[in-house]
Design a protein around this ligand. Sequence first.
Ligand code: IMP
Ligand code: MG
Length: 189
Amino acid sequence: MDDARKAYGSMGKDIQDILIPAETLQKRIADLGRQISLDYLGLNPLVVGVLKGVLFFMADLLRNITIPMEMDFIAVSSYSAEARDQGYVRMVKDLETPIHGRHVLFLEDVIDTGLTLNYILQNLRARQPASLEVCVLFNKPEHRLINIPLKYKGFDLPDQFVVGYGLDYREKYRNLPFIGVLNAEVLKR
Ligand code: IMP
Ligand code: MG
C-alpha cells in the first residue's frame, strides 16, 4: 500500500484506488483561487458553501483567494433520494448575509444530477444578487438532469462513487486528503 493510504490506517485499507492524489487536488485548487481572484477583483464577493461536504475545498480555496471577500454557509437536508428527485430539498441553515446586490460565488463539492444545486440556486436567485456563479470541485456529467452553467470547475469525475476530501460514505471518510474509490466489500458492510 502507498504511504498516503497507510497513514490513514483502517480507512486507508478500505480504499481500493486513489483517483486524485492530494497534491493534484491542491494544485488545481490553487489555479481556481488565482482565477477567481482576478475575476472578482474590486467586487468584494460573498463566497457561499453548502455544508458539510464543501468544508475542505472551501478552506483550501479561500486560502488561495488573494482579494478581500466574505464567506457564508447554507445547509440542506437530504430527505430521501425520491424526494430529491422531485426537487424537494429542505434548507436547514440559511445564509446570515443579505445577498441583494452582492456578487455571490457559490461553492459545491460535487454535482451529479444537479437537482440539489438547482433548488439552491433558484432560492438564492430570488434574492436578487448582483451576480451568482457556481464553482464546483467535482463534476459528474453522466447523470446530469438539469443543465447548470459551471463558471469554475475542478475535475470531471467518472460515474463512480468516491470518497475523501469532504465526500462521505455514511458520514465517514470525509477527512481523507485524496479522492479514492472504496473497496466493493465496504459498500456491502
Ligand atoms: P445531486 O447533484 O443533486 O445529484 O447531488 C449531489 C450530492 O450527492 C452531493 O452533494 C453529495 O452529497 C452526493 N454525492 C454525489 N456523488 C457522490 C460521491 O461519489 N461520493 C459521495 N457523495 C456523492
Ligand atoms: Mg454536498
